[in-house]
Each structure stands twice: as C-alpha cells, then as structure tokens.
Design a protein around this ligand. Structure first.
Ligand code: HEM
Ligand SMILES: N[C@@H](CC(=O)c1ccccc1NC=O)C(=O)O
Length: 486
C-alpha cells in the first residue's frame, strides 16, 4: 500500500507557524506552585551578574512536575529549566559539572516528556521562547517579536534567537505546500508541482534575507564573548573545564556523567525538511561518496551529524521528518520528467536558493566565530590584560589553540562541515548545466558558458525568468576562481 502523506496535526506541526507552536509560548507557568522557578526566571540576568544564581538554585526546593498540565506548560518548564541548567554550569568564575537535584529532577522529567536531551536545545531557546509584542499583528516579522528568556538581557541575544524564530515562521506555510506538491507529483500534476517549487524557491531566497538581518542587531563581539559561552553543552568540553561532561544529580547517587551537544540551529527541523523534500542527502563530514562506514570530524558516530541532531528535536517533529522522508518523491519525479524545462528549472532553482542560504550562513559563521576566535588568540598573545578581560569566555574555550580545533556548539568542525553541507545541496541539481554551475565547475570559462546556456534555456520557458531568474541573477566572480554568487 502507498504510504499516506503526513497530516501536520499528527506531528505538532502548525500549518501557519510550522515547527513553532500554533499558540504563543507561555511567559509564566499558571500554577502559583511554580512561583520559585518564575521568580528566578524574572530575575535571571541579575542573578547571573551578581553571581547569586548557583546559591539560589542550591537552596531551591525540588518541585514536582505533576502540576504541569498542558503541553505549553511542559514546554515553558523545559525552556526555563534549560536556561537555569546552562547558567548554573557556565555562569560562574569557572564551570561546574554537577547540576543539583532542584534542577536535575524536574529537568530530566520534562526532557522525558518532550523526548529531548537535558540541554538547552534549539527548541528551548528559540521555538518555545518568543512572543509577539502586539497580538493583532503578524508573528512572522521581526518587527513584532520579542523573547521571553535570555542569559544576558542583551538585545543582541534576543535578536540572535528571534532571527531563527522569524525564519521558522516565514517557512511555516511552505510545509503544507510542499506536502501538497508531493501529493501533486503522485497524481502526475506537473503544473502544480512547478507552481509549488517556484514559490518555494522564492521563499527560500527571502529566508536568506532574514538570515542576513542578523548583522543589524547581533554584534559578533557580544555573541562570541557574552552569549555563546552559555550555549555550550557538555560534549567535548574538556578544554573548557568539563572533561567528563555533566552530571545531573537526582539525589539517588546513581546518575552518571553525560555528554550532550549544546544548542545549535542544526537542531531546527525546517532546513532538514527542505533537504528531505528536495532529496538532498548529507554524508558524514569528510566522506566524499555515500555508503561506507566512516570516521567523522565531530567525534565518532558513523551516521551524519544532521541525523544525530534529530534526537535534539521534539519527538513529534523528529517523527514528522522521518515520515516526510518516506514519502519524498519530488527529485525522482523531476528526473523522470526532465523534458519539462519549467519543472526542472524550478526544482534546480530551489537547490540554488538553498545552497545560497548555506553560503550566506557560512559567511556569518566566519564573522561571528572564526574571526572572533582569531582576534582573541592574537590579543592574548599580545597582552595578558586583554586575556583576562575575556575570562567570561569559558566555553569558547580556555582557549582552543588552533582554529582547526574550533567547534560549533553542536560539536562540528564548523567550516568543513558547513561547506560540505552546502556542496551536497548543489550536487542534487537535475539539469547538467545547473549542476555544473551550482558546483562551481572547473574554472571560469566553463561557468561563463554555463551561465550563457542557462540564459538561453530560460528564454524558451515563459515565466521562469521573472519568477526565479536563475540566469538573470547569477554572477561569476573570477577573483574567487569562478565562485558563483546569487
Ligand atoms: C550568529 C549566528 C549563527 C552562528 C554563529 C551559527 C553557527 C553555526 C554552526 C557553527 C553550525 C555547525 C553546527 C554546530 O556545530 O553547531 C551551524 C549549523 C547550522 N546553522 Fe547556524 N549559526 C548561526 C545562525 C543560524 C541561523 C539564524 C540559522 C537559520 C537558518 C542557522 C542555520 C543553521 C543550520 C540549518 C545548520 C545545520 C547545517 C546545515 O544544514 O547546513 N544558523 N550554525
Ligand atoms: N551553533 C552555533 C550556535 C547556534 O547556532 C545556536 C545555539 C543555540 C540556539 C540557537 C542557535 N542558533 C540560532 O540562531 C554556534 O556554534 O555558536
């Protein structure tokens, strides 16, 4: 029997907001029983600044999770406890690796309920940590969004999370639309598939513009030195002072140290959904062709990091991606209908847009992490004073001496991992010229020829140029050895 298409409601996916909850995340737990947590949440940054947070948490009673009723309450509890746990671990003069029972016990229970690991995942700090400023206004614009919790109280930190929230919100309607496209392909309705793919390509392009708004209000210095240290998990954090990981003390004396990756946008389901729909496959970092078991750059698992990160997504979302994977048929459909130029171009345009989004992201990672880590290394070698001014930068980390050792909060060797993910996106193009173009072919002349050919191709396909503009918006930069820019 043919597998039915996933129904969004079965997987906690909202047709309007996507992986964001359809209702606004709670800003306070309604039962007064949870007042001790809410008091900490209300004074959170001041408690961190005054170095009182650990003492307060040490004397906090262990609250029961029995009074958490609605899912929105479990989410609020998970989110604030995740912030508390990370602030407890990273918020002192040096990190601590034992989280006391007052946090551990309820935190582990909420994690179990939501099927998440005990870390501040992307769900805890982004998906469930926002509210619109004005109820009647749209929630998919940065102009109307604000955060509930931050470690630092800075606008930069709010902005850092809100860019992701806005991207999720903007991407939301694409989810039912692309499920519909899969249904249309099942029926052989190429016109509908093409229409959906065109809209999809345009929207991915828009998401890239939202991503670039990060620069407006999140300062790389604030991000790297003030915010990022709190986002780290307990995995591979030996250099930062957590050689064993973290122990969540539940009072039984039986708990063991655990090592989980920190929060990362790789835990967002939305980009993984795009990959699935477009048939983009990712291999473990460093592996050139699919198949064989291999060693990886981030620490041993033989399957890809992105698949591993699904364990850091809320259970229902992870299962939604698995279902989407079982029904994804667009790549196959487009390859079987490659005579249909409009269909092929709109499919390849989606890949081009997704590749460009990944390119923009790599540039951002370079500005927010690579450049900042180089600066701190050089300032430390020049002046011991400057080094001690960066004392708070515990997880960034005391100090990873060479840039090859630099890791994302998820634990990847950032640039090789991100570049491979980008290149794997272009590899899936159907049209041979688009494929060469997207994969930075062998040198300038070939690329120029590629552009010319695409131009010609577009002339024959009414409407495609103004919708996607593959040829119209490509340029080739010879100074970078023929790298294409959108
Ligand atoms: C200052 C902002 C950001 C920085 C420094 C940053 C950094 C990173 C790093 C280092 C990784 C590698 C995985 C890891 O080890 O954590 C990563 C992965 C990823 N990031 Fe970001 N990120 C930022 C913002 C965003 C935003 C706003 C998005 C939203 C689209 C995003 C989307 C992704 C995705 C989808 C991945 C998984 C890799 C892929 O699918 O290509 N990032 N990010
Ligand atoms: N992987 C990033 C952190 C990151 O992307 C992130 C971490 C926690 C919550 C959200 C994140 N991304 C958001 O835009 C880093 O290594 O700094």
């Amino acid at each position: 029997m043919i597998e039915p298409l996933p129904r969004l409601a079965d997987y906690d996916v909202s047709p309007e907001n996507g992986f964001l909850p359809s209702e606004i995340p709670l800003d306070i737990l309604p039962d007064a029983y949870y007042q001790p947590w809410e008091t900490i949440a209300r004074n959170f940054q001041s408690l961190i600044l005054s170095k009182r947070l650990r003492r307060i948490i040490d004397t906090l009673p262990v609250l029961d999770t029995d009074l958490l009723l609605a899912e929105s309450e479990w989410r609020r509890a998970y989110s604030i406890l995740a912030f508390f746990a990370h602030a407890y671990i990273w918020g002192g003069d040096s990190p601590t690796d034992i989280v006391p029972p007052s946090i551990s016990i309820p935190f582990l229970q909420t994690c179990k309920h939501l099927e998440l690991p005990p870390v501040a995942t992307y769900a805890g700090v982004c998906l469930w940590n926002w509210r619109p400023m004005f109820d009647g206004e749209p929630t998919d614009t940065l102009e109307n969004l604000t955060t509930h919790m931050t470690f630092t109280g800075s606008l930069d930190e709010s902005w850092f999370y809100l860019i992701s929230v806005a991207i999720e919100a903007r991407a939301g309607p694409l989810i039912p639309m692309m499920i519909e496209a899969i249904g249309a392909a099942r029926k052989g309705d190429s016109a509908k598939v093409t229409e959906c793919l065109r809209f999809f390509a345009e929207r991915i392009d828009e998401l890239g513009s939202v991503l670039e708004r990060m620069y407006e209000s999140c300062d790389p210095h604030v991000f790297y030195h003030r915010i990022r240290p709190f986002l780290a998990g307990g995995k591979n954090m030996g250099d930062a002072g957590l050689p064993n990981g973290v122990l969540f003390d539940d009072g039984t004396g039986e708990q063991e140290y655990v090592q989980f990756s920190g929060g990362s946008n790789a835990q967002s389901s939305v980009i993984q959904f795009f990959d699935i729909v477009l048939g983009v496959e990712h291999r473990p970092t460093g592996e050139k062709t699919s198949g064989s078991e291999s060693r990886t750059a981030y620490g041993g698992a033989s399957h890809g990091f992105l698949v591993e990160m699904r364990k850091y997504m809320p259970g229902a979302h992870r299962r939604f991606l698995e279902h989407a994977e079982r029904v994804a048929n667009l790549r196959e459909y487009v390859s079987e209908h490659r005579h249909d130029r409009a269909l092929v171009i709109s499919f390849d345009a989606c890949l081009a847009m997704l590749r460009t989004l990944r390119d923009k992201h790599i540039q951002m990672v370079s500005r927010y992490i690579i450049v900042k880590s180089r600066e701190s290394r050089s300032s430390r070698s020049l002046s011991p004073k400057a080094a001690s001014a960066q004392r708070v930068n515990i997880a960034n980390s005391l100090q990873r001496e060479n840039s090859k050792k630099l890791r994302g909060t998820g634990g990847t060797a950032l640039i090789p991992f991100l570049k491979q993910a980008r290149d794997e996106t272009g590899e899936r193009a159907i049209d041979p010229w688009a494929k060469r173009l997207l994969n930075n072919g062998p040198g300038g002349p070939v690329l120029r020829d590629g552009v010319a050919r695409l131009n010609k191709m577009n002339e024959h396909v009414d409407g495609v140029v103004e919708i996607v503009g593959l040829a119209g918006t490509w340029s080739v930069d010879d100074s970078e050895g023929g790298i294409c820019h959108w």
